[in-house]
Write a protein that binds this ligand. Sequence first.
Ligand code: TXA
Ligand code: MG
Length: 345
Amino acid sequence: MTPENRIFESNAINCNHASRTISHGGLVSFPTETVYGIGADAMNEEAVAKIFTAKKRPSFNPLIIHLHDIDEVEKYAYLDGISRRLGNAFWPGPFTMVLPIKKNSGISSLVTAGGDTIAIRIPRNAIARKLLKLFGGAIAAPSANLSGGVSPTTAQHVAHEFGSDFGDLEMILEGGSCTQGVESTIIQVTKNDIKILRPGSITVEDIKKVTNHPLYIKSEKYSPIEISPLLISPGLMKSHYAPNTKIRLDAADVNEDEAMLGFGKNCPSGAQDFRNLSPDGDLHEAAANLFSMIRELDQIGAAAIAVSPIPMAGVGIAINDRLERAAAPKEKSHEKIIKKQALNR
Ligand code: TXA
Ligand code: MG
């Protein structure tokens, strides 16, 4: 079977089949409004283990669980008043909260990497919601790319990501291009503040409208508000979302052996190939195009991908976060960790 043959139209029969596949311990890729996920039954340890194998993901990196409805959250986690308010404001949507996990939640310890918190998201995408409704439980799902690579925003990206080595991924539900394009905002409410563990399209400004709780974001550079020491989700390694081609940021000019990823009207010309994230300078359009344009430019064998400066405001903060990780030198340590884990198994 070719990778493309695993893509299924998201009609009622196929969604039912996808739900049953997950119930039986299989893996299904499905669209969300951010990126495509690769999902398994979060209560089934063996099924969750298949995700880590398929993605070559280090097992210390926990997963997000996806639910259909805010009423289900308290089966798995404790919701304090502020988290509840944020959940009511941003769910369903591109928003994930790290919450204290309940004992006896039944969630596989691989999902939490053995920790005492759990990341929960209620997506808005209609196909994701249909699948969650049919399945009726928690679906653990990271982005459907090989660990450290570029997140997929189309079903075809998922197919190409896994190539012929499809392993346990049984089907990909077709949902077109993801409308938001960068992964969900991840936050954690603590006693004194709200920490933004990963910026996304729900912005600091959006959160400020819901609560006056102090907000911390993981680097001073990103923060229009307070500054905190380095705060990261365990999986947010410096090099991530990385294509094979080198990325050159804040490019004011471009060489003829480079590809250009522009933004706005005045982009330098003369590149080997060219894409514009948003000719009108719309950051939401840029976020939606980001990963697919990086993938396209990664194919042409250019010396580097030169990227125009992106304004550090609103969802621009998330775009810059992903671009910086894509530009960071690939950490040998990442591969070393995975090899070491494989040896220890
Ligand atoms: O938009 C998204 O969030 C997509 C779609 C599929 O929902 N999912 C996604 O999952 O981006 P993933 O696994 O690629 O990224 C999840 C991030 C990782 O950096 C992981 O370390 C962090 O969430 N994370 C998961 N559980 C956590 C926890 N309990 N505490 C802190 N960080 C956590
Ligand atoms: Mg990911």
